[in-house]
Ligand binder design. Structure first.
Ligand SMILES: [Ca+2]
Length: 187
């Protein structure tokens, strides 16, 4: 034990540290030599693990689709907990679940949300709000809308209806934010 060494041999302490340092260097050297000489071993194992995970995720998505628990579009997954809530509670619920409120960027995503709205026969709030300019709507992060599907003569609120709900035909209506609507999140 180094700390038990007599004080008259202080030179042993740095020597011991030096040996430790060499040992550490050798370990790192071995590690890098292994990585250099057999890069495919580590690479193949990683690739296998990724493929297995992808396969597992794909199967789980299949199960959730079969049970109509989710709809998908592109890389997005849409889901509901079957509950109703006002706009702010919906945003919070989706965030707590690790996602965000459903925000359609195109017709296909709109259709994926609509599938849930129809199944539960309840309108749903979308992740879209009126900007500072009345009658102009945007995503919650302030980004410009890439797609719209307003019901005829909507938006009509002129600054009085800041939120947006999806009707059961997939069209949109600007609406006050305090109504109870189906919670639909995206992940
Ligand atoms: Ca309206």
């Amino acid at each position: 034990m180094v700390h038990n060494l007599p004080l008259e041999y202080p030179v042993l302490l740095p020597l011991h540290k030096l040996q430790m340092y060499h040992c550490f260097l050798n370990l790192r050297l071995c590690y890098y030599l292994f990585r250099f000489c057999f890069p495919s071993v580590a690479g193949n194992e990683m690739e296998d693990t990724v493929l297995q995970l992808k396969d597992r995720i794909s199967k789980l998505k299949g199960v959730l689709h079969l049970q109509e628990k989710i709809t998908t579009s592109g890389g997005k997954i849409f889901a509901t907990n079957g509950k109703t809530a006002d706009f702010h509670a919906t945003v919070k619920m989706c965030q707590e679940a690790g996602g965000c409120i459903a925000s359609p960027r195109n017709a296909d995503e709109n259709a994926a949300i609509l599938h849930i709205v129809k199944k539960f026969n309840r309108y749903a709030y979308l992740g879209i709000k009126e900007s500072l300019i009345p009658g102009t709507f945007q995503f919650l992060n302030g980004a410009e809308l890439s797609y719209t599907n307003w019901y005829s003569h909507e938006p009509s609120g002129k600054g009085e209806e800041e939120c947006v709900e999806m009707y059961s035909d997939g069209t949109w209506n600007d609406k006050k934010c305090n109504q109870n609507r189906l919670v639909v999140c995206q992940f």
